[in-house]
Design a binder for this molecule. Structure first.
Ligand code: GAR
Length: 216
């Protein structure tokens, strides 16, 4: 069983989608700990409800970014976490954590990377006027949303979309592809070669619009 550690800063609906995936038997995984940088994160309520240990770790309580992320890495290692999940963790992760979990940290981003990295990917896409947007699950490297891409899902974007309307459409796909990426990882189907993620069993001509159906 794959041991996960989840980092989240807010509402935690992606955290919930992973909890649901585990509880329904879709995912053969266990969440060892939820770590948040925000004492008011709704993700904390979700952890409590599902009996998941939760830690509130605020960067301002640490001397610097290095100390913060090396402490987080220590807490994860202590619990034998094998894969780190950034589920709406609104910070650029420090090198100490990335080095100790190279290609073992997954992030969900609400845009089709490499377009619209950083904050408010949904708003950036809506304001830009793209016709297709979506979401991306990728491994985390030192850059801002630049790591190897694991899965993407696309949604239509309309001229009258707002951050919220487009965001809602994207979020539905986030809740599908994030548990799915974790499942592929837990089954040993994901490998990384440089920038490229190879998924065992994925058909070559498939566009990753409906990832869950690709592998059946
Ligand atoms: C999600 O839309 C996620 O993609 C985004 O924050 C939201 C968190 O929602 N993440 C980023 O923008 C990271 N750069 P949630 O707390 O309900 O999962």
């Amino acid at each position: 069983m794959l041991i996960l550690g989840v980092l989240a800063s807010g509402r935690g609906s992606n955290f919930q989608s992973i909890l649901d995936g585990i509880e329904s038997g879709f995912l053969n995984a266990k969440i060892a700990v939820l770590i948040t940088d925000n004492p008011d994160a709704y993700a904390l309520e979700r952890a409590k409800k599902h009996n998941i240990e939760a830690l509130v770790l605020k960067p301002k309580d640490f001397p610097d970014k290095n100390a913060y992320y090396s402490h987080i890495a220590g807490e994860l290692k202590k619990r034998n976490v094998e894969l780190v999940i950034l589920a709406g963790f609104m910070r650029v992760v420090g090198k100490e954590l990335i080095d100790r979990y190279r290609n073992k940290i997954m992030n969900i981003h609400p845009a089709l990377l490499p377009s619209f990295p950083g904050l408010h990917g949904q708003k950036q896409a809506a304001d830009y006027g793209v016709k297709i947007s979506g979401c991306t699950v990728h491994f985390v490297d030192e850059g801002m949303d630049t790591g190897p891409i694991i899965i993407q899902a696309a949604v239509p974007a309309y001229h009258d979309d707002t951050e919220d309307t487009l965001g809602e459409r994207i979020l539905k796909q986030e809740h599908r592809i994030f548990p799915y990426a974790i499942k592929l990882y837990s089954e040993g189907k994901i490998s990384v070669e440089g920038r490229k993620v190879i998924i065992k069993g994925a058909s070559k001509d498939a566009v990753l619009i409906n990832p869950p159906y690709l592998f059946q």
